[in-house]
Design a protein around this ligand. Structure first.
Ligand SMILES: [Zn+2]
Length: 82
């Protein structure tokens, strides 16, 4: 896919798992599927964004589970469990 800025973006898409990646790396860096990937999904007639592309941090239930840092120390818990 060539975007308006003359840069060539290559999208790799697995039709079985509906998981793809793009050379612009927007999803990998910001967790947001890029327009190149969405274009490929539309071309593949995928009507809904696959679950894989909606990260937990963007879901309503993201605050239900406690949050730990990399050392396993509890940073944040919901009100019922604390
Ligand atoms: Zn992209």
């Amino acid at each position: 896919i060539r975007d308006g800025y003359k840069k060539l973006r290559v999208v790799t898409y697995n039709t079985t798992t509906m998981v793809g990646s793009c050379t612009c790396k927007l999803f990998e860096t910001h967790g947001i599927p890029c327009r190149h990937l969405i274009h490929v999904l539309r071309t593949a007639q995928v009507k809904e964004l696959p679950e894989h592309y909606v990260l937990k941090r963007f879901r309503k239930e993201c605050k239900i589970e406690p949050v730990f840092d990399e050392d396993g120390i509890l940073l944040e818990a919901n009100e019922s469990s604390s």
